[in-house]
Design a protein around this ligand. Structure first.
Ligand code: SF4
Length: 354
């Protein structure tokens, strides 16, 4: 596991704690669910429903840092501030920053010379930095430090003559940025079928690196298949899957035996959020990725006594509270949050904002 400073993997702590807002008589925050009985109306006709909220969930340190970088850029430079790609993969985050004056673009040639531009948390290939310098752009690099770490690994191994086998999803912004560090010696593997098709010279050293937001289980399977075919392949000194991805998956694994269905708050293009649904489904729990309560199909909840709720690393907590409010309106009368220590990971802001 790639851990940030002070990062801890949270595992095996299913013990359920009830947060202040879920205690009888507790003050529920706007949109949150208390432990009170559900109100009258249609809800009373439904079976009692219990909600278990995963912890940890939601924003990771890299996302917090990236959003803050855009906010600070807007405060210091005024509008517009340009952002290359979605700063993080969440439509609420992007929309809220857009409303404050951020302009999201796909490529730097859409930006006037000399303008302020923030690079997204997923990382960018080297040519983006070169073009920004050529065009005199004021660059603020919000690439997550844990993505930078993988970039550095790619460069280090390529300089030592290694072939790099990157496990990841084709077309994902992070994969594009990581492969761009050494495109001539990096090959992408997405599936077991890719492993079966792969040809590697046995005489050349090779190393397996991964996207930071993969499923641990799927990755372990692909790594095993790679090493079965190519025993000479090395693993990096530490797992590239980041602490936030790992902790959120562990929380879903821990709750999976206790829930009938899982709602994952996150956008469709959020890799780590999608992986949370896969982790649940792999354990026989139906799981749905939603951007908010308006996307919930009531049929998903039919007959469910215990509903799990979690959120991906780029999903705002107020959207989770909106989902809990929806569930309360449909008959949920107990909300419990898993017990887990705070992750305690904070990344310093990009240099401009220091
Ligand atoms: Fe960084 Fe992990 Fe968050 Fe991605 S999910 S921004 S790698 S901490």
């Amino acid at each position: 596991m790639a851990e940030g400073p002070g990062a801890t993997a949270v595992r095996g702590a299913f013990a359920v704690a009830r947060p202040e807002w879920a205690r009888p008589g507790g003050e529920a925050p706007r949109g949150a669910v208390g432990s009170q009985r559900a109100a009258a109306g249609a809800a009373q006709t439904e079976a009692r429903m219990q909600v278990i909220v995963a912890k940890p969930r939601g924003f990771c340190a890299g996302v917090e840092r990236a959003i803050r970088a855009v906010e600070l850029a807007l405060e210091r430079h005024g509008t517009p501030v340009y952002v290359r790609k979605e700063i993080v993969h969440n439509l609420h985050v992007v929309q809220r920053l857009r409303e404050r004056g951020a302009v999201f673009v796909d490529e730097l040639d859409e930006i006037p010379e000399g303008a302020v531009v923030v690079l997204s948390a997923h990382g960018s290939p080297p040519e983006v930095y070169a073009e920004a310098a050529r065009r005199g752009l004021q660059l603020i690099d919000a690439t997550c430090p844990l993505v930078h770490k993988v970039h550095a690994e790619v460069r280090r191994y390529s300089q030592r003559g290694y072939r790099i086998i990157l496990i990841g999803h084709a077309g994902h912004d992070e994969v594009i940025g990581t492969m761009g560090q050494a495109p001539d010696v990096t090959v992408l593997v997405e599936t077991l079928a890719d492993v079966a098709r792969l040809e590697l010279p046995a005489e050349r050293p090779g190393v397996i690196l991964t996207q930071t937001t993969l499923s641990q289980d799927d990755t372990a399977e692909i790594v095993a298949a790679l090493r079965a075919r190519f025993p000479h392949l090395e693993l990096p000194p530490s797992d590239d899957i980041c602490y936030a991805t790992q902790n959120r998956q562990n929380a879903v694994k821990d709750m999976a035996t206790r829930i009938d269905v899982l709602l994952v708050v996150g956008s469709q293009n959020s890799s780590n959020s999608r992986r949370l649904t896969e982790v649940a489904r792999a354990r026989g729990v139906p799981a749905y990725l939603i951007d908010g309560p308006e996307e919930i199909d009531p049929a998903w909840l039919a007959g469910a006594r215990r509903v799990g709720v979690t959120s991906g690393a780029s999903a705002p907590e107020d959207v989770v509270l909106g989902v809990l409010a929806y569930l309360r309106a449909r008959g949920c009368d107990v909300v419990e949050e898993m017990a887990a220590p705070d992750e305690g990971v904070v990344f310093s802001l990009p240099r401009f904002a220091g």
